[in-house]
Structures are given as C-alpha cells and as structure tokens.
Design a protein. Structure first.
Length: 92
C-alpha cells in the first residue's frame, strides 16, 4: 500500500467523526444562546479543521515549509479572533 494514501476505513472513520461533530454543532445551535455555546462551537469547528487538515490535506506528512505556513495562518487567525473578541467584550 502506498504510504501517501489513507485507507478507506480511515477515511470512513474521519467522515463519521466529522458528521458527529456536525450533529453536535447543529444541536448546540438549537440550544439557548449563552456564553459557553459560542466557545463550544468554536472548539467543534477547530476539531473539524484539525481532522480535515491532518487526514485529507495530509499535513502530517508535509514538509517543514508547509507546516510553517500552516502555523503562521493559524497564528494570524488566532490574532483576528482575539481582536474580534476584544472588541465584542468591550462593547458589552
């Protein structure tokens, strides 16, 4: 078997995990809005992004430059989230 390819069983397991996280996200969206639901949905989205990146985009087997670029993008996203939340919480 080619080491670059993932097996269909592994793809199916990742797909099932993504679908379960999707169901959990939809269930949380129907819950009463509160402070914890926002952070729970962001955590679920981060898990989904991690699964897609590691298995379907094959980031586990990527070179150092690709991983550095991915880390820089995640750092930029974290800065944007922190600025957004800072603005949101300063208005309340």
């Amino acid at each position: 078997m080619n080491p670059q390819l993932i097996s269909w069983r592994q793809s199916l397991a990742v797909w099932v995990a993504l679908m379960l996280l999707l169901v959990l996200s939809v269930a949380l969206s129907q819950a009463r809005p509160g402070g914890w639901s926002l952070f729970a949905n962001i955590a679920i989205a981060a898990l989904q992004v991690g699964l897609i990146g590691m298995f379907f985009m094959k980031l586990r087997r990527s070179g150092a430059l690709i991983l550095l670029t991915c880390a820089a993008a995640l750092l930029f996203l974290a800065v944007m989230f922190s600025l957004t939340f800072n603005d949101l919480f300063s208005r309340v």
